[in-house]
Design a binder for this molecule. Structure first.
Ligand code: ZN
Length: 361
């Protein structure tokens, strides 16, 4: 693909290149200082503070061009674009382009990518429709770049949230739906569906039947451990179920919204196994980690008891899972502690698996 002459500022690329290093190592560092440092170190691989295991090659996507993006064909008129941190998808049609999400880190490169593709395939380059996967600014914060004439489409709750946020970069969608919406533009179709809250109360499934491609954002992270605290999801049992709902679609390709590659069904199965292992490990930890030392050590400081217990429980639950998936899921050593914490808390407060904080004998 040829790129247009305008280039993003060098500072953006420099900034993005530095983010991986900047985000390094709070969990491991905290564990090494904690009261159960010995337990955590003995139970699994621990890199020195601020350092993590190398990312497996297969977790990485194609290299970005000089402008900082990669655009590729998925199938037929369906394309994806990435800056290797976020992904978006677009459908070229005889009547204009349907774009799904507008991540601000890709920003103006969305228009460069669409321009390059439509110049090559002879379709009109104007984006006529913009679908929002959900309301979060990191996925749709470049919406305003598409102007005021584009038809914005999202779940009704997405509209409610965006009216609340009142962010000029994220105009609320004027076309909304509750359960299902079929979007047909220039003979091409996307089927939008809401299967209940998961990552957010408005996160939808975007199905391209003609291209056997599903876009689902912030639920499956192909070949990577899920982002911190199970992708900072608001409903963790429903987020876990959303993985299975995704598998009920007959997709061949997944556009996941994050990182720099597409997903296969094998990638999704691997994450489902990771989450199941994390749940089993968290459940076992709640049943067998003795809270007595924490009560003794922290006395009348109730929050200190809970924090130290939950930190130790997260370390214990994470250790075997990190060990099992290191080398299979990139950054398993970065976020499994935080993911274990989120799964533990959800088991306690959603699942009623209260461990030592259940009925007083
Ligand atoms: Zn999100």
């Amino acid at each position: 693909m040829t790129a247009e002459s305008a280039k993003p500022p060098a500072s953006r690329r420099t900034f993005l290149a530095g983010t991986g290093a900047a985000a390094a190592g709070t969990a491991a560092a905290a564990l090494l200082d904690g009261p159960l440092a010995g337990t955590a170190q003995a139970a699994g691989p621990v890199c020195p503070p601020g350092q993590f295991a190398p990312v497996p090659k297969r977790a990485l996507g194609p290299p970005v061009n000089a402008d900082g993006y990669f655009v590729g064909q998925i199938k037929g008129d369906l394309y994806w674009v990435t800056d290797s941190f976020y992904t978006a998808m677009f459908l070229t049609t005889q009547d204009g382009v349907v774009l799904v999400d507008a991540p601000p880190t890709i920003g103006h490169n969305l228009l460069r990518a669409i321009g390059a593709v439509t110049q090559a395939n002879g379709r009109p380059s104007l984006v006529t429709h913009l679908v929002y996967s959900h309301s979060h600014a990191d996925h749709i914060g470049a919406s305003s770049l598409l102007g005021s004439d584009v038809v914005r489409i999202g779940h009704s709750e997405c509209r409610t949230l965006l009216l609340r946020d009142n962010d000029p970069n994220r105009p609320s969608p004027e076309v909304t739906f509750e359960d299902r919406h079929t979007l047909t533009v220039g003979g091409q179709t996307l089927e939008l569906a809401f299967h209940g809250p998961n990552h957010t109360p408005d996160n939808i499934f975007i199905w391209a039947p003609g291209q056997q491609t599903l876009m689902l954002v912030d639920v499956i992270f192909p070949r990577w451990a899920p982002f911190k605290n199970v992708a900072v999801s608001q409903d963790i049992p429903a987020w876990i179920r959303a993985q299975d709902i995704a598998m009920s679609y007959p997709w061949h390709t997944l556009v996941a919204g994050h990182l720099g590659r597409l997903g296969t069904r094998a990638d999704a199965e691997l994450q489902i196994a990771y989450v199941a292992d994390l749940q089993a490990s968290a459940r076992a930890t709640l049943q067998n980690l003795n809270p007595t030392p924490f009560f003794k050590k922290y006395g009348d400081n109730a929050w200190a008891i809970f924090k130290a217990y939950l930190d130790a429980a997260s370390a214990q639950a994470a250790a075997p899972v990190t060990q099992k998936y290191l080398g299979k899921l990139a950054a398993a050593d970065v976020f499994t502690f935080d993911n274990a914490f989120a799964v533990l808390e959800s088991l306690r407060i959603d699942g009623g698996v209260l461990g030592p904080f259940g009925d007083h004998p």
